[in-house]
Design a protein around this ligand. Structure first.
Ligand code: MN
Ligand code: MN
Length: 454
């Protein structure tokens, strides 16, 4: 259901009583998911443990699966595909919801440690599109894995719990910022300035680099990691705070990485809540979307299609026919109108927070470039199903035509001859350390995915 004009009603004015009762409790599960899964690897880990409880088992190559089987594939710890085999033949097509579980953050460099004027720091290389100044003066946590040459893996998570210390990038005091304040936003802070403060006390026995040596000693004692081990680490700094209800009415959530975990979670939950399906239902957690989906865990890699091809071949079904009959939702967030910045939005065709999930017929930039576009016939068939299940949606583009833009994984599904449309939760402050979404929109995406999986 939708209202066509920009005086769109809020979801809360239109939703059923049943949905009203469910939406806020659904948000509690979501907050737990994003607090535990601040990186793609942690999202995959959490989801796999939940899926196991629901009877999902690791996918095996060469095995023929039967209707009702629940399986998952984990791709190099950072991406995953979950599926329930349908009762219909596989060549009638897959219903795929693909979301991404990576999000913008500060990755720790391979040789990160240095000391300057009585402080120890770690150098970072940011991942994804960020406004760099937003990442200063907020508490950061370190999270990731250090892989040692002997095969051991050391999990790092410092700053997520109350008793843990946190880290931060400092910023110049305003009193001495006359020159800094004259610079454009993109120049006042550059990538090499995003160094994380990690200590200030010396090792009295050290000859030189006393502060750095002291920090290395502490790391060695606690984790058994030496300076060289950072070379084979996947370590990142992310906002330390947990997600919180936002507003007197608690109608919104302030949290890290709603892009795109606010879409990954509803898609995943919808699949987990299915007992059986007619068409084989697939939920994808992709990595690397924020940097263009390149890399072995991004959706340009073949792991998702290889998984689907395996299912078809082992069931002696024509895989090309299966793809041609497949449907996909590229579940990714949409830019919600921020009334503080009206100049970049075109309200009539942009998403409004709290007014339902936002379909994007296309993404891209500058004349629809660099993206796929969903056909009207496909859209009509999807909307017909959603209307029957009281899913509240709106249609959106990302801001004004020439203000900027962005892409999603939809084009990589379209590359495989899978019909696809973008849909997701509207977000304010996208890619900031803390983003804003509406609980009711989040729940509507769950209902959308629930309807989509048949
Ligand atoms: Mn996204
Ligand atoms: Mn993004």
């Amino acid at each position: 259901m939708t209202d066509l004009f920009y005086e769109r009603k809020k979801v809360s004015e239109k939703m059923t009583k049943h949905d009203r009762d469910n939406a806020y409790s659904f948000a509690e599960g979501y907050k737990e998911f994003i607090d535990k899964g601040k990186l793609e690897r942690l999202c995959v880990k959490y989801a796999v443990s939940e899926a196991e409880k629901k009877g999902f088992r690791p996918f095996e190559y060469g095995k023929e699966y039967k209707p009702g089987d629940k399986i998952y594939l984990v791709q190099k710890e950072k991406a995953a595909v979950f599926a329930i085999i349908g009762t219909n033949p596989l060549d009638e097509g897959f219903d795929i919801v693909a979301a991404h579980v990576d999000n913008p953050r500060l990755d720790i460099k391979g040789m990160p440690l240095y000391e300057d004027t009585g402080f120890a720091y770690m150098r970072t290389h940011y991942y994804g599109g960020i406004k760099k100044y937003q990442w200063t003066t907020i508490p950061l946590m370190l999270t990731g894995v250090v892989y040692k040459k002997d095969g051991t893996q050391i999990e790092i998570s410092i700053g997520n719990e109350k008793e843990d210390p946190v880290f931060c990038v400092t910023d110049l005091l305003v009193h001495l910022s006359y020159e800094q304040a004259k610079k454009p936003l993109g120049e006042a802070f550059n990538g090499e300035m995003l160094n994380i403060l990690i200590g200030s006390e010396p090792d009295p026995d050290a000859e030189k680099d006393k502060i750095k040596t002291n920090i290395l000693k502490l790391i060695k004692d606690k984790y058994g990691i030496s300076e060289e081990d950072f070379l084979s680490a996947d370590l990142s700094a992310v906002p330390a705070e947990k997600s919180r209800d936002l507003g007197f009415d608690k109608s919104m959530i302030l949290g890290f990485g709603h892009d795109d975990r606010s879409c990954a979670y509803p898609a995943f939950k919808a699949l987990m809540d299915k007992q059986s399906v007619r068409r084989t239902a697939v939920c994808v957690f992709a990595d690397r979307e924020e940097v263009g989906s390149m890399g072995i865990t991004g959706l340009r890699s073949n792991y998702m299609t290889d998984f689907l091809i395996e299912l078809c071949e082992n069931s002696h079904v024509n895989v090309r026919k299966a793809f041609a009959n497949s449907k996909a939702l590229s579940a990714d967030v949409s830019a919600a109108v921020d009334p503080s910045f009206p100049e970049v939005f075109e309200k009539q065709n942009n998403a409004l927070l709290g007014c339902g999930i936002a379909f994007n017929k296309f993404t891209g930039r500058g004349g629809k470039a660099g993206a796929s576009e969903a056909g009207g016939k496909f859209i009509a068939s999807i909307l017909n199903e959603l209307d029957k299940n009281s899913v509240i949606y709106q249609f959106a583009e990302m801001g004004r035509i020439d203000a900027g833009g962005g892409g999603t994984v939809s084009q990589f599904l379209a590359d495989r001859n899978i019909e696809v449309i973008d849909v997701g939760v509207p977000v304010i402050s996208m890619h900031a350390p803390y983003e804003v979404i509406s609980k009711n929109d989040l729940y509507m995406l769950y209902k959308c995915c629930e309807t989509f999986y048949k």
